[in-house]
Design a protein around this ligand. Structure first.
Ligand code: NAD
Length: 499
């Protein structure tokens, strides 16, 4: 049994709390490692040494800090296969998808190489007589990230790359379900030249999260995970005076207009609904065909495609569309929701509930399920299922379809499939959702744009990665300087104004 560690001051460090969580192989159901769950004292000690290391790192000029990211990108490429294998083994997703997980994080590291430019402040020459005004972007100090199980490479990198390149030290508290890749990423950052103490990985659960939220030396907290925890972390972190951004759950609707290219829409739904077993915050979980004729054509084409999806362990190679869900509890929750859909009157067109993976009977495999005639009062519509289950809600008009997406409490992503530019434009303008696809089912913005939802999918005011990350992980200081001639004017007692 492997005993995993924390990563503190550039070294792997054993847990001392005496508490551990099991790390499973989702394909076999076996426990493959134990991860230590840090106590408050362990977390506080990691923050104290991060705090001590941070000022010297902040003084390293931004170009040299960017060179660490450059080297890190190179090392990620070197170790791509190793990282993807470790990721699939703990998460369950296929190897190509695991590589995608690493690459979407690597792209943020690439963006961070532009830090010398992105950290430049503003300058106004002669804002007044002999007066210059300029702004500095200074690091917060120590920042922390609390991340979910479903992207154990990408999301930690979304957090620590911008934070660190801005001159902060960073405490990463990854998901306890798949902690190995975050530890490997910390090793690579070290190998890339990061000084000790600047990236600390502290494994843990609620105890270490609460310790982060209460630690006075942590100035900023970034969270990604489910909405109830996002809301809790946002509330407690803000109450303790921290800068906090929390990204939560989703229920992403894809609207299919009567003029859509149906083959393209079906391809999109199969990939976006069932890829990674539906365990993506940008998965499409609700299809909204407009008009019964569109709905009938959609279901007719979609059902055989869903039935033909290939499910298996990542070790089966390229022949697998998606793997098991992350835990036995997740499987039980998903199957319970599918049962509730049937009981509440939805039509289960493809029933994957009895799927068994030969040779992997103890794995967390769930067969693909497709519902038609779902209504908004059903639990399968209201809840984020986070499994390979797609619900179809029939709308009779564009306005009705738009209304479904607008009225749902989540607002992470959405998509419309149409050939009509006016409809697409109207949709993109009116929808109250953060990321919108036009004939693109999973509109995840690239690293140089920003990622974030609206409504109950995000708490806080800035998005992740892209330019927003540089705002979140820095504080602006504005300097007004009169040098040297203006000192002769004598004292002024009223507020200066520009007459
Ligand atoms: P989760 O909320 O269970 O866990 C996320 C993190 O919070 C983990 O590090 C976990 O240890 C910690 N945590 C869990 N319970 C806690 C508690 N009671 N108190 C304090 N900390 C706690 O989420 P998950 O199951 O790991 O991830 C799936 C969820 O993440 C889905 O809802 C998905 O939509 C969401 N997600 C959102 C985005 C986004 O950018 N909006 C991206 C990926 C995933």
């Amino acid at each position: 049994m492997t005993e995993l560690t924390h990563f503190i001051d550039g070294k792997h460090v054993k847990g001392t709390s005496g508490r551990f969580a099991d790390v499973f192989n989702p394909a076999t159901g076996e426990v493959q490692a134990k991860v230590p769950l840090a106590s408050k004292a362990e977390l506080d000690a990691a923050v104290a040494s991060a705090k001590a290391a941070q000022p010297a790192w902040a003084r390293v000029n931004p170009q040299r800090r960017a060179r660490v990211m450059m080297k890190f990108v190179e090392l990620l490429h070197r170790d791509m296969d190793k990282l993807a294998e470790a990721l699939s083994r703990e998460h369950g997703k296929t190897l190509p998808d695991a590589k995608g997980d690493v690459i979407r994080g690597l792209e943020v590291a690439e963006f961070c190489i532009g830090a010398p430019h992105l950290l430049k402040g503003e300058f106004t020459d002669s804002a007044g007589p002999g007066i210059d005004m300029y702004s500095l972007r200074q690091p917060i100090g120590v920042a922390a990230g609390i991340t979910p199980f479903n992207f154990p490479a990408m999301i930690p990198m979304w957090k620590f790359c911008p934070a660190i390149v801005c001159g902060n030290a960073f405490i990463l508290k990854p998901s306890e379900r798949d902690p190995s890749v975050p530890l490997m990423l910390a090793e690579l950052m070290q190998e890339a030249g990061l000084p000790d103490g600047i990236l600390q990985v502290v494994n843990g659960d609620k105890e270490s999260v609460d310790a982060i939220l209460d630690n006075e030396d942590i100035g900023a907290v970034g969270f990604v995970g489910s909405t109830p925890i996002a809301e809790y972390i946002y509330g407690r972190g803000c109450a303790n005076g921290k800068r906090v951004q929390c990204f939560g759950g989703a229920k992403n609707h894809m609207i299919i207009m009567p003029d859509a290219d149906m083959d393209q829409a079906v391809d999109a739904l199969v990939g976006a609904g069932y890829g990674a077993a539906g365990e993506r915050c940008m998965a499409i979980s609700v299809a909204v065909p407009v008009g019964d004729e569109t709905a009938d054509r959609l279901i007719e084409k979609l059902a055989p495609r869903v039935e033909a999806l290939k499910i298996g362990p990542y070790t089966a190679g390229d022949d697998v569309d998606f793997g098991p869900v992350v835990t036995a509890d997740a499987k039980t929750k998903i199957l319970g929701l599918v049962d509730s859909g049937v009981e509440q009157g939805a039509k289960l067109v493809v029933d994957g509930r009895d799927f068994k993976m030969q040779g992997y009977e103890n794995g967390n495999f769930v067969g693909a399920c497709l519902f038609d005639r779902v209504t908004t009062d059903m639990d399968i519509y209201k809840t984020e299922i986070f499994g390979p289950v797609l619900s179809t809600v029939r709308a009779q008009s564009y306005e009705e379809a738009l209304g479904y997406a607008m009225d749902h409490e989540y607002g992470n992503g959405t998509a419309i499939f149409t050939r009509d530019g006016d409809t697409a434009r109207d949709f993109a303008n009116r929808i109250n959702i953060g990321m919108v696809g036009v004939n693109v089912p999973i509109p995840v913005p690239l690293a140089y744009h920003t990622f974030g939802g609206w409504k109950k999918s995000a708490f806080g005011d800035l998005n992740q990665h892209g330019p927003d990350a540089f705002r979140f992980y820095t504080r602006t200081k504005t300097v007004t300087a009169r040098w040297p001639s203006g000192t002769k004017e004598g004292a002024a007692f009223s507020i200066p104004v520009m007459d």
